[in-house]
Design a protein. Sequence first.
Length: 56
Amino acid sequence: MYVCICHAITEKDIQKATDQGVVSLQELSQHTGVGTQCGACLSHSQEVMRRCRRRL
């Protein structure tokens, strides 16, 4: 599912970033570009990151 429409970032993209050691929303933005345009995806992106970290 797409999380960031502006940059076509999916939940899988966020999962991959988390698997590579990204631990904060700021790092995720730097790594993927999520939230750097309109910002509407930030809360959902953070929730996806939380779920990914819980599964580790």
